[in-house]
Ligand binder design. Structure first.
Ligand code: SAM
Length: 312
């Protein structure tokens, strides 16, 4: 893809079908990105509908304002989706949302723009913040993180088997006041610390993913929203989540499984009391992109979509 602003929405038609939009419903695209899913959804909504467009990235929000600022159906909010409940409650919309879409991770422009610092293939500042209007950059975090935390992050969020070696190399560079300040500099340091790289994978892939997840608090943001989402959805409202690695998908799967089962009952209990009834119904199993989609958009290859519906 040559246009640094372009992003091909992953599983767009499947996500739309999963949302099964009511033409006059209230929807939330909690990860606007470059608006591929939002555009498709807007095309299905009448003037009576509402669509909240949310992203924590200021560039994504600037684009949403430019494209949808005049659309009376749209409400555009720059926020971490962990705080979605707060925004929807303030607008009196808790329990009224017909569908929430989460298309997790980073967008192609975030990866492709060297100055955002997400890509080990493009020389840029070691930044990696989705909301680059504030907070700590990856360079600042690496400058202060203790070895045990760094090893844990690389292991847990990157499933990196050489976490200790990489952390030691970063520690040595820091002691020598030579910690790389660029993406390619850090990628080089990591590559030199990895004795046996996985075939077909850059040795810095796992570490970059881990540092990005840590810096942007990605897993806790997802868990916080999941904890709140049942209260936000209207009866029959749908949650559609597209995730790109097993750490996210596992959380989504567990959440959907847990909430679609009857709670534990005391022995001999005949009737299921209301508080033990499931609050969600799973809609289908995990959905994967078609071979054709993966062929034209390699970023779709690790996508998994899960769908659940709020029970009345
Ligand atoms: C894969 S892209 C979404 C692409 C979008 N569906 C499209 O079709 O263009 C993910 C987007 O989610 C945003 N994002 C990731 N985590 C977020 C969070 N916790 N809160 C808000 N936005 C988040 C990123 O900034 C990025 O723009």
């Amino acid at each position: 893809m040559n246009d640094p602003q372009a992003h091909q929405a992953v599983m767009r038609d499947e996500a739309l079908a999963a949302l099964a939009p009511r033409p006059d419903g209230i929807y939330v695209d909690a990860t606007y990105g470059r608006g591929g899913h939002a555009d498709a959804l807007l095309a299905r909504l009448t003037d009576d509908a509402r669509l909240w467009l949310v992203d924590r990235d200021p560039q994504a929000i600037a684009l949403a304002r430019e494209r949808h600022g005049d659309d009376p159906r749209c409400r555009i909010v720059q926020a971490n989706f962990a705080n979605l409940g707060e925004h929807l409650r303030a607008a009196g919309l808790a329990g009224r949302i017909a569908g929430i879409l989460l298309d997790l991770g980073v967008s192609s422009p975030q990866l492709d723009q060297a100055e955002r610092g997400f890509s080990f293939l493009r020389e840029g500042p070691l930044d990696m913040r989705m909301d680059n209007g504030g907070g700590e950059t990856a360079a600042q975090w690496l400058e202060r993180v203790d070895a045990a935390t760094l090893i844990r992050v690389l292991k847990e969020y990157g499933e990196e088997r050489y976490a200790r070696r990489i952390a030691a190399a970063i520690g040595r560079a820091r002691d020598d006041s030579a910690l790389p300040q660029t993406t390619t500099g850090l990628a080089g340091l990591i590559a030199a610390a990895v004795p046996r790289p996985e075939p077909g994978r850059h040795p810095a892939t796992r570490s970059f993913q881990a540092i990005r997840i840590q810096l942007n608090d990605e897993l806790d943001s997802l868990s916080t929203l999941l904890d709140d989402v049942i209260d936000l959805l209207a009866p029959q409202g749908r949650l559609v989540v597209i995730s790109f690695h097993s750490l996210e998908d596992r959380r989504v799967k567990r959440f959907m499984t847990r909430n679609s089962q009857v709670g534990e009952l005391p022995p001999g209990a005949g009737v299921v009391p209301p508080e033990k009834r499931p609050s969600l119904r799973r809609v289908g199993r995990a959905h994967r992109p078609s071979d054709e989609e993966v062929r034209v958009n390699t970023r779709a290859r690790s996508a998994t979509m899960r769908v659940a519906e709020r029970l009345p």
